[in-house]
Design a protein. Structure first.
Length: 307
């Protein structure tokens, strides 16, 4: 075996093994920093949608915006998920259920669309229409009273003493005292001439409408002298009755009056000053008509009020 080996010369260096070192470079990771671009694109999209919304709000009318809102409002339907599937008298519902529609046997446990009964109108819808008619009638009465006062020189200067306010009870007409005008003699229920004439004009305007009448008397908080049996409760009630009698004398029938009451100083016109003379006033309220009370009387009343 030695003969097969090539002999090495004297000066020839000893052979050394050749070592090959392979360096494998690790693969580079993905490109960093791309996530912010996605976030920025989402932000720009959101801002564009926001500015489009602002533009739509500024470029549309109230009616158009209401129509857009109605378009995106969910439909008034209910998902009926736990129906018993009964086809008996109550359709699987209790006796107090709002929408006890009977189901067929094949619909046991199914989902069915049912329109709630409360969404189909009825008395509430009719009452709303009646209230609109009342409101229109009140506007006509207000204008009719103002026109009648303008025709009389003595009453024309009292326009500032007549206030109109829509309340939960109806249209309230306040006849308000001022520092230079009083409806009653001091501390009594005796009407002064101008106040009697003013109440007569109010009666002429409201006598032909079907609305009930509520008369309420108010006083200021000035107390009576000690030792007297009179008080602001008695005074306000007496003045309310005098006002009712004057309205009746000028054509308002007695069955139109729903309430006559005195509230003393409990409902001040100027809450910040309970001694202000404007707190002394008479309130004549035309009550809202109920839906079943309207009928043909309302139309006839509007014609009389417009004369």
């Amino acid at each position: 075996m030695a003969s097969d080996t090539k002999k090495r010369g004297r000066n020839e260096p000893e052979p050394r093994p050749i070592i090959v070192k392979k360096i494998v470079e690790a693969g580079h990771g993905g490109h960093h920093g791309g996530a912010w671009k996605v976030a920025y694109a989402d932000f720009v999209t959101a801002m564009m949608a926001f500015f489009m919304l602002l533009w739509i709000l500024g470029a549309t009318t109230e009616k158009q915006r209401r129509g857009i809102a109605d378009y995106f409002t969910p439909t008034l339907v209910e998902m009926r998920q736990k129906s018993a599937g009964s086809n008996g008298p109550f359709g699987g519902d209790s006796i107090v259920s709002k929408d006890n529609y009977p189901h067929k046997a094949a619909q046991t446990g199914s989902k069915s669309l049912t329109i709630p009964k409360d969404a189909t109108g009825g008395d509430k819808e009719g009452a709303g229409e009646q209230k609109m008619r009342d409101r229109k009638r009140f506007m006509m009465l207000r204008q009719a009273l103002i026109d009648r006062m303008k025709r009389d020189r003595r009453l024309a200067k009292l326009q500032k003493n007549v206030r109109f306010t829509e309340t939960r009870e109806g249209l309230r007409i306040d006849l308000v005292d001022e520092a230079d005008f009083a409806m009653f003699s001091l501390g009594t229920a005796t009407l002064l001439p101008d106040a009697r004439k003013l109440i007569g004009e109010v009666a002429t305007v409201i006598e032909g409408v079907p609305n009930d009448v509520i008369v309420r008397g108010h006083t200021d908080a000035l107390p009576y002298a000690s030792g007297r049996t009179d008080n602001n409760w008695l005074l306000s009630s007496s003045r309310a009755e005098t006002t009712r009698q004057t309205l009746g004398d000028n054509g308002v029938p007695i069955d139109r009056f729903a309430r006559i009451e005195g509230v003393a100083d409990r409902e001040p016109f100027v809450p910040t000053d309970i001694y202000d003379p404007r707190n002394r006033r008479m309130s004549i309220t035309l009550a809202w008509l109920k839906y079943d009370e309207a009928g043909a009387k309302a139309s006839a009343g509007m014609a009389l009020a417009a004369r």
